[in-house]
Write a protein that binds this ligand. Structure first.
Ligand code: ADP
Ligand code: MG
Length: 291
């Protein structure tokens, strides 16, 4: 399968040649496939947002290539094709909604593409459904919660029929419910619509939901793997500026105490299952063979 985004040897420096130059990306390789849910984590300043911007040609490589749907992002004539394929949702929901109703907001992108109004109406309906925002069509965006605003921002991207959506810390300003709503919407788009999702986040619990996790540090990808590989096998997450997820911390503490029962466990549900099996074994394993 061809990747939606292929990145090879990507380097990018801000203010190159000036005394303040910063090498934000120093050789990044990455492939993002259709329907893949990818998370990118790493300390502040590690290059995550610059990488996100490189994915839809807000920044173009100094060295290396970013290929979106077969098109190099350095091809200036194809800028709008690239931006249509890879949509972005940013951190602050209030900066992304421009219209007076949810419907107008979602229609804004397709209108700019000159899409006929009948098709726009269909796309708006579809985008509302996919983000669980049916019923809010006529609402003014400022009346919505943070999580709802971000879902409208996602809906606006969906209306462009993208193949990939990049969420750059899009849950950072939300309350726990809002984060859950946005996460669920993104997850569903990957699973049911085959849209690739790139989730940049500083919440490890969110990163753990991904198919594949990338850790960035100082402009490089320093680790990549499944969530259990990343959170159980990478040495020194703390040294990379990352928190250890609680469930992982608990699993490791149990192991240190001689209970190696939860290696690789990523959810509280699974952890609860393992612990209850230990505390209350099945009838045949019970003390004295009886319950
Ligand atoms: P992250 O999203 O992981 O916090 P960024 O990609 O925003 O990282 O930043 C990577 C590096 O590039 C940091 O050192 C940051 O200070 C620098 N940087 C980011 N944006 C700019 C900019 N517009 N001009 C100059 N330097 C920048
Ligand atoms: Mg950032």
């Amino acid at each position: 399968m061809e990747p939606v985004i292929r990145i090879r040897g990507l380097k990018y420096t801000y203010d190159e040649g000036s005394p303040d130059e910063v090498e934000a990306l120093s050789g990044v390789d990455m492939d993002i496939f259709p329907g893949q849910f990818v998370s990118v984590i790493g300390r502040n300043g590690s290059g995550k947002s610059t990488l996100a911007k490189a994915m839809n040609a807000i920044v173009v490589p100094d060295e290396g290539v970013v290929i979106v749907n077969g098109i190099q992002t350095s091809d200036e004539d194809k800028l709008w094709d690239i931006r249509r394929v890879v949509g972005m949702v940013f951190q602050n929901p209030d900066n992304q909604l421009v219209a007076t109703t949810v419907e107008e907001d979602i229609a804004f992108g397709p209108e700019n593409l000159g899409i006929p109004s009948k098709e726009i109406a269909e796309r708006v309906e579809e985008a509302l459904r996919l983000t669980g925002m049916e019923g809010f069509k006529d609402f003014p965006p400022h009346m919505l919660s943070g999580g709802q605003k971000q879902r409208v921002a996602i809906a606006g991207v969906i209306a462009m029929r993208p193949r990939c959506i990049v969420l750059d810390e899009s849950t950072a300003m939300l309350d726990p419910l809002g984060r859950k709503e946005v996460l669920e919407a993104a997850y569903k788009l990957a699973r049911e619509e085959g849209i690739a999702i790139v989730l940049i986040t500083h919440f490890m619990e969110e990163a753990m939901l991904a198919d594949s996790v990338y850790i960035m540090d100082a402009g490089k990808i320093v680790a990549q793997g499944s969530p259990s590989e990343i959170f159980y096998e990478v040495e020194d997450l703390e040294g990379l500026g990352l928190d250890e997820p609680q469930v992982v911390e608990l699993s490791k503490m149990l192991k240190l105490r001689g209970f190696d029962i939860a290696e690789g466990v990523l959810s509280s549900e699974e952890m609860a299952d393992r612990l209850s099996a230990l505390i209350r074994p099945g009838p045949r394993e019970g003390i004295g063979g009886s319950v």
